[in-house]
Design a protein around this ligand. Structure first.
Ligand code: NAD
Length: 522
């Protein structure tokens, strides 16, 4: 056991530059409220995306270590399940307070490991914090129902915890996605094994420290590390009753099928291709700011990024102004003042994005704004792709069909609102969409006929706040989206309903003949 790099810094001391770290420490795992170094000899090097300097090494934990984490969660469950929801709520209040206190420190870890700008990383933390804040409402959310269903007979429901549950997280929201899971899984009485992305586990490790400080008992939250093998371990471990996954389609579809085949509940949010439709009556200035922010913010590495623009009628004339404003964004290290767009996560990701841009050109599209080859002078070794706009795109092109997950906006032209709806609905993904118009009737037609699960009306990234739920649709969710994250459905996912029907007067029953027919209404 030892203190981690995360523990060495405090709420007021954390990295604020991309300077090379001289004494690189390995990322520990978290078990029984302690940080422990893995004994493995297999590590994944984690580089700062702005410099490609080594930040830490993430262990691919051994099976025995992962088994010990599950045993710790199983043991903790025995007593945690019997705590009152009011006592769990008190811990959640402290957790919320600690996240707020460590807000900048969490954001700094995200900027260093994931690359997004510090201001944007603060938003990543806030969106997760809000889930924890909503989770303090658990006493209300866990209430059952009761009804007198017949003479002297009543039916009651209880929401009971499941046991040990697991979360498998993506790289793009290192604080928000772990916080979609930790608060709701635990406040409902479960214990949790969380596997952060092996590409940026730092924020999750700070959250682990806050878990410890908030007073969660040992073993209620354990954090393991690794890649595919750790995922397979989670999928096949009988003690794990439910899995929350957020990430790409390849991993998610595999996790959903293998996890479900092993009898577990699985909720899985997957990839996206979110379209914005712009109508000629829209507020042009608001539209341009919205689309530029939502296409290029976080270097396009958001599952709700607006990566596809559908321009109705003459709005195609506005594209040069979109390009002008996109060009004015400052691409720079995430700690730099005024940085708008940080690097993409890895050299491989940069290469993939650039090759999709090249393919678009080959397939006949126009590269209206080309972000390839741009490098901020201070960061020659980072994974940079500047804002890129591809116009004259058609639905058969690779850049339209694939999720690019970079700062690239692909633009298509249509003549009418109906054409826009038709085009958007033909896309396999259905995470989110947005329409820009001043007409209520147009917005209402769009809202009613569009298949995407999250719709913005003059709102570019309509991610629902945690009193609602994250309701992607179609190929953006596995299993038809039956289990969604946070809000009331999130509480349902992490609990099992028990329905009890009681007939107290039967204690005095006198009839001597058993009744064998299904009871009829009385
Ligand atoms: P990813 O699928 O590569 O990784 C996610 C997790 O799965 C990681 O913990 C990783 O270790 C594991 N993993 C990756 N490949 C695996 C495999 N073949 N077998 C088993 N496990 C595997 O995703 P990412 O690149 O980290 O994140 C980006 C993706 O996540 C994008 O597609 C984005 O749209 C999606 N995403 C979706 C949402 C949403 O709510 N719909 C939110 C955030 C991100």
């Amino acid at each position: 056991q030892r203190s981690s790099a995360a523990l060495a810094s405090t709420a007021t001391s954390y990295p604020t530059t991309h300077e090379k770290i001289t004494a690189v420490e390995d990322t520990p795992y978290f078990i029984n409220n302690k940080f422990v170094n893995s004994t493995t000899d297999q590590f994944i090097d984690l580089h700062d995306p702005a410099t490609n300097n080594l930040v830490t090494r993430v262990p691919q934990m051994t099976n025995d270590e992962m088994k010990a984490a599950v045993a710790s969660a199983e043991k903790a469950y025995e007593s945690w399940r019997n705590t009152t929801v009011l006592s769990r709520q008190q811990i959640m209040f402290r957790f919320v307070h600690l996240i707020r206190e460590n807000w900048d420190r969490l954001a700094a870890s995200i900027t260093l490991e994931q690359g997004k700008t510090f201001a944007d990383a603060r938003g990543d933390v806030l969106r997760g914090l809000q889930v924890a804040e909503a989770a303090v409402g658990a006493p209300e959310l866990l209430k059952g129902e009761v009804l007198e269903v017949s003479k002297d007979m009543e039916t009651r429901t209880y929401r009971e915890s499941l046991g040990v549950v697991a979360a498998i997280c993506p790289f793009n929201f290192p604080a928000m996605i772990p916080l979609w899971c930790i608060p709701i899984a635990t406040v409902t009485g479960n214990t949790l094994i969380l596997k952060p992305s092996e590409r940026d586990p730092g924020a999750a490790m700070i959250l682990a420290e806050l878990v410890q400080k908030a007073g969660f008992p040992e073993g209620v939250v354990n954090i393991i590390h690794g890649a595919h093998r750790a995922v397979d371990f989670i999928l096949d471990e009988p003690a794990i009753k439910a899995i929350s996954f957020v990430g790409g389609n390849k991993a998610g579809e595999y996790i959903f099928s293998r996890g479900s085949a092993n009898g577990k509940r699985v909720q899985a949010n997957l990839g996206a291709k979110n379209h914005a439709a712009v109508l000629p009556d829209a507020n042009k200035n608001h539209f341009i700011n919205s689309v530029v922010g939502a296409a290029f913010g976080a270097a396009g590495q958001r599952c709700m990024a607006l990566s596809t623009l559908v321009m109705v009628g003459e709005t195609k004339e506005w594209l040069s102004e979109v390009a002008e404003r996109a060009k004015a964004l400052k691409v720079d290290g995430g700690f730099e003042d005024g940085a708008d767009v940080g690097p993409v996560i890895s050299p491989q990701s940069k290469e993939r994005i650039e090759s999709l841009i090249a393919t678009a050109e080959k397939e006949g599209a126009t590269i209206l704004l080309d972000g390839r080859g741009f490098t901020p002078s201070k960061y020659p070794n980072g994974n940079w792709v500047g804002p890129t706009i591809i116009s004259n795109v058609t639905t058969d092109m690779t850049c339209y069909k694939e999720e690019i997950f970079g700062p690239v906006l692909v633009c298509l032209n249509v003549e009418t609102l109906d054409d826009a709806i038709d085009l958007i609905n033909k896309n396999e993904y259905g995470n989110g969409t947005a329409i820009f118009t001043k007409s209520g009737a147009t917005a209402e037609t769009f809202r009613k006929n569009i298949e995407a699960g999250q719709v913005g009306i003059n709102v570019p990234i309509p991610v629902p706040l945690p009193m609602f739920s994250f309701t992607g649709n179609k190929k953006s969710v596995a299993g038809g989206g039956a289990s969604t994250f946070y809000g009331k459905p999130g509480v349902s996912f992490y609990t099992q309903l028990k329905t009890v029907t009681a007939h107290w007067q039967s204690a005095d029953a006198v009839a001597k003949k058993a009744s064998v027919h299904m009871p009829t209404m009385q």
